[in-house]
Design a protein around this ligand. Structure first.
Ligand SMILES: NC(=O)C1=CN([C@@H]2O[C@H](COP(=O)(O)OP(=O)(O)OC[C@H]3O[C@@H](n4cnc5c(N)ncnc54)[C@H](O)[C@@H]3O)[C@@H](O)[C@H]2O)C=CC1
Ligand SMILES: O=C(O)C1=N[C@H](C(=O)O)C[C@H](O)C1
Length: 263
């Protein structure tokens, strides 16, 4: 049995992950963490009334009280680095879906995991379809170097562009390298009209109620176009990847960035 904690359990992803862990016969949920919750046990929350699991409001108390193998993190960009570092320092393997990591932060955490020999996974997107969308896009960019990324999310999302859009741009960059696109003299008459720029690739972020998580990678070439799109209609789409991550980190000896590396 793998002993799991869920940080951010009261949020949209955290509550879905909490259900997944409770339903999975390979996992035992030993604690959940969220600063905004007053109840002290999951059994006090109607949707989890059947579960006798302690709730913690701070991570220090949690690690002093319980013993865990895996730390699932779906919190907020501002705390994800600290939480991941804290998990590693306490010998708990992080499985992190929270987005907003800097390149430098990822590097530091990977180094710490190597020196601790503690496995972990940081994945901007746990949906298998999203990973395929990124891989297909990277492959397409070899033949279609002109590309723009349009990511579309619910309007409660804190970070822009999405972690998935950044990862997609990184994977495309590895295949196509630096490439100038658009008119060399183009000017924005309204700031931001052309979107964010990652090594010549434009990223556009749409935020609307009703959306969950969607991304379109649009390629253009002479006389033809190619669009690769992924849609998460429900947060359950991420759970196969999270469960796989919880199992795989038990065998890893360092942090891996991206679900594609453990599929
Ligand atoms: N990797 C993936 O496949 C996916 C990643 N995400 C990412 O997961 C993160 C969470 O997304 P949502 O669940 O939609 O957000 P949310 O806003 O619904 O939930 C965040 C939760 O974290 C809690 N929180 C804040 N500070 C905390 C702390 N210090 N310790 C523990 N909990 C804390 C909040 O109280 C809240 O309950 C975002 O960064 C989002 O981009 C979302 C969907 C899929
Ligand atoms: O905030 C979300 O909802 C999502 N965040 C991740 C991201 O930033 O890429 C993954 C998915 O797109 C949903």
């Amino acid at each position: 049995m793998i002993k799991v904690v869920v940080a951010g359990f009261k949020g949209k992803m955290g509550s879905t992950a909490t259900k997944m862990v409770l339903d999975n016969e390979n996992f035992t949920l030993v604690g959940v963490l969220d600063p905004i919750v007053e109840q002290k046990n999951l059994s006090g929350i109607p949707e989890f009334s059947f579960a006798d699991v302690p709730i913690f409001n701070d991570k220090e108390t949690m690690v002093q009280t319980i013993d865990a193998d895996v730390w699932i993190d779906f919190t907020i960009p501002d705390v994800a680095y600290e939480n991941t570092r804290f998990a590693l320092e306490n010998g708990i393997r992080p499985v992190v879906g929270t987005t907003g990591f800097s390149e430098e932060g990822l590097k530091e955490l990977t180094e710490l995991s190597l020196s601790n020999k503690t496995g972990g996974l940081i994945a901007p997107n746990f949906a298998v379809g999203a990973v395929l969308m990124m891989q297909f896009s990277a492959k397409a960019a070899r033949y279609f170097p002109d590309v723009e990324i349009i990511e579309l999310h619910h309007d409660n999302k804190l970070d822009a562009p999405s972690g998935t859009a950044i990862k997609t741009a990184e994977m495309i960059f590895e295949e196509r390298g630096e490439h100038r696109q658009g008119h060399p003299d183009e000017k924005e008459s309204l700031a931001g009209a052309r979107g964010a720029d990652y090594k010549g690739m434009k990223i556009h972020s749409v935020r609307l109620p009703g959306l969950v998580a969607h991304q379109q990678v649009q390629f253009g070439s002479i006389g033809e176009g190619l669009t690769i799109r992924h849609d998460s209609y429900d947060r359950s789409s991420f759970m196969t990847g999270v469960a796989l991550g919880c199992n795989k980190v038990m065998e890893l000896e360092k942090i891996v960035y991206g679900l594609e590396n453990i599929l």
